[in-house]
Ligand binder design. Structure first.
Ligand SMILES: N[C@@H](CCC(=O)N[C@@H](CS)C(=O)NCC(=O)O)C(=O)O
Length: 210
């Protein structure tokens, strides 16, 4: 398999974190990682558009020559195709809660986190936008509270004792926030402890640059 990706961008980063954890757990997946230089606009060039007409990363080329264009589908494919050492929870209820949290992080937090970063200190040079920043902080309140409450059930990871896809998704978005030297966690001690613990993992240290 070939993973077309770029470091730092949140959606590829969650896959990179996942792959590194599987590797360090002794169950590496046969995935070659190929950088698509998005700064140079390579993701919008014909070679990448032929893989993924949306021109986004990550994109996974399967061994049968087909492509997956959505990060969650890529992670779920890895979980299904390589179940030995997967992060899949044991019961249907636990799997549903894990998926619920991953969707909350991806659909309710990742967008406002990215927009907040650009509003306060855009690496792409967008003008500062305090009004937009305020809106993003407000949008993040409830989903962050939901994660804080979830960690209250014991942690140390978002769904409990075992890492779950939601952990990778959250860590990938928080890296971008750190890159722009911002902080969105507020007064949420459990999330702050989660952040420190997650970043201390050898897999995170190998993948995260900020
Ligand atoms: N829903 C997609 C989103 C992919 C996505 O937007 N990736 C970003 C990088 S984090 C990208 O390629 N942006 C470039 C663009 O949209 O032009 C996923 O989960 O994989």
């Amino acid at each position: 398999m070939k993973l077309y990706m770029v470091p730092l961008a949140p959606n590829p980063t969650k896959i990179m974190l996942y792959l590194k954890e599987r590797e360090l757990a002794g169950a590496p997946l046969p995935v070659e990682q190929i950088v698509v230089n998005t700064v140079k606009g390579r993701h919008k060039e014909p070679a990448h558009l032929a893989r993924n007409p949306f021109g986004t990363v990550p994109t996974l080329e399967l061994d049968n020559g087909t492509f997956l264009k959505e990060s969650l589908a890529i992670l779920e494919y890895f979980e299904d195709a390589f179940p030995e050492g997967a992060f899949r929870a044991a019961t249907a209820e636990a799997r549903a809660h894990a998926r619920d949290l991953e969707r909350i992080v991806d659909l309710r937090l990742a967008g406002p986190m990215g927009a907040y970063g650009h509003a306060v200190n855009s690496p792409l040079g967008f003008p500062k936008n305090p009004e937009q920043a305020e809106k993003c902080l407000k949008a993040m309140e409830t989903p962050l509270d939901v994660l804080e409450a979830s960690l209250g059930a014991g942690g140390p990871w978002l769904t409990g004792e075992q890492l779950a896809l939601a952990d990778f998704t959250l860590a990938a978005s928080l890296q971008f926030v750190r890159y722009v030297e911002a902080d969105v966690l507020g007064d949420r001690p459990r999330l702050r402890a989660w952040d420190v613990a997650f970043r201390a993992r050898p897999g995170s240290q190998a993948v995260l640059r900020w």
